[in-house]
Ligand binder design. Structure first.
Ligand code: ADP
Ligand code: C5P
Ligand code: MG
Length: 224
C-alpha cells in the first residue's frame, strides 16, 4: 500500500493497517515446524534426510541433540541423559527444549531465511508438548505432525539390525522393550491429541524406503 493511499485513510483505519502489517511481519519471523513422530526404528531419521535433500527444511533430531549433549565435555546432564536413553525413558523436557531452541536459534542466526524445521522425535510425551507450548509458542508455529506408522515388530527388528553398526546403547532387545512401552504409553497419546486437531499426516512406514518417501512427498507437496 502506497504512502499517499495510507495517509488518505482515517486514523483508525490506518492503525488497523499498521497492526495487521506488524502481525504479518512477526509471523513471517516465526519458525515453521513439522513434528516427526513414530515408533523407534519407524524410519524418521531416514525420511528426514530425504526431505532435507528435496525440500528446504532443517532437520533437528531431539535424540541426536541429546546424544551430543551426553558426550559434551563438562555437560551437567551427561549421566542423566545416558541413564534415560538406556532405559528408554523420556529426558526431562527442560533439557530437550533448551537444546532444540538453541539449535533453532543457531540455524537462524547463520541464515535468517531458514525458518522451516523438521523436529524429529519430539514431542515424545505430554510434558514435552506442554513445555514446547509454554516456551516456544511465540517463536514457532507447528504446521502439522508427520507420523510414521508401523508395527512394533517391524520397529524392533529394524533397531536390532541398526544396532549391529550404530553403536547406540539402546538398540538392543532389552532397551527396545522399554522404548516400545514408552512409545505406546507416552507418545501415542500426543499423536492422538494432534489427531483431534486434524494435524496428523500419517504415512505407512512399513514399506520400502523409496515407497515411504513417495508417500511423504505427496503429503509435503499438498502442504507447501
Ligand atoms: P528412527 O529415526 O525412526 O529411529 P531410522 O531412520 O534410524 O529410524 O531407521 C531405523 C533403521 O531402519 C535404520 O537402520 C534404517 O536404515 C532402517 N530403515 C529405515 N526405513 C526403512 C524402511 N522403510 N525399510 C527398511 N528399513 C528401513
Ligand atoms: O529419537 P531417538 O530414537 O533418537 O531417541 C532416543 C532416545 O532419546 C529416546 O528413547 C529417549 O530416551 C531420548 N529422547 C527423549 N526425549 C525426546 C527424544 C528422545 O528423552 N524428545
Ligand atoms: Mg532417529
Amino acid at each position: 500500500m502506497s504512502f499517499r493511499l495510507l495517509s488518505s485513510l482515517s486514523a483508525k483505519l490506518r492503525s488497523v493497517v499498521y497492526r495487521a502489517a506488524t502481525v504479518a511481519l512477526i509471523d513471517m519471523k516465526k519458525a515453521q515446524v513439522v513434528f516427526v513422530l513414530g515408533g523407534p526404528g519407524s524410519g524418521k531419521g531416514t525420511q528426514c534426510v530425504r526431505i532435507v535433500e528435496n525440500y528446504g527444511y532443517t532437520h533437528l533430531s531431539a535424540g541426536d541433540l541429546l546424544r551430543a549433549e551426553r558426550s559434551r565435555e563438562g555437560s551437567e546432564f551427561g549421566q542423566l541423559i545416558d541413564n534415560h536413553i538406556k532405559d528408554g525413558k523420556i529426558v526431562p523436557f527442560e533439557i530437550t527444549i533448551k537444546l532444540l531452541k538453541k539449535a533453532m536459534e543457531e540455524t537462524r542466526r547463520l541464515d535468517e531465511k531458514k525458518i522451516h524445521f523438521l523436529i524429529d522425535g519430539f514431542p515424545r510425551n505430554e510434558e514435552n508438548l506442554q513445555g514446547w507450548t509454554t516456551i516456544m509458542d511465540g517463536e514457532a508455529d507447528v504446521k502439522f505432525v508427520l507420523f510414521f506408522d508401523c508395527s512394533n515388530e517391524v520397529c524392533i527388528n529394524r533397531c536390532v539390525e541398526r544396532g549391529k553398526s550404530s553403536g547406540r546403547t539402546d538398540d538392543n532387545r532389552a532397551s527396545l522393550e522399554k522404548r516400545i512401552q514408552t512409545y505406546l504409553q507416552s507418545t501415542r497419546p500426543v499423536i492422538s491429541l494432534y489427531e483431534k486437531q486434524g494435524k496428523v499426516r500419517t504415512v505407512d512406514a512399513s514399506c520400502a524406503v523409496d515407497k515411504v518417501f513417495a508417500n511423504v512427498k505427496t503429503i509435503l507437496d499438498k502442504e507447501i
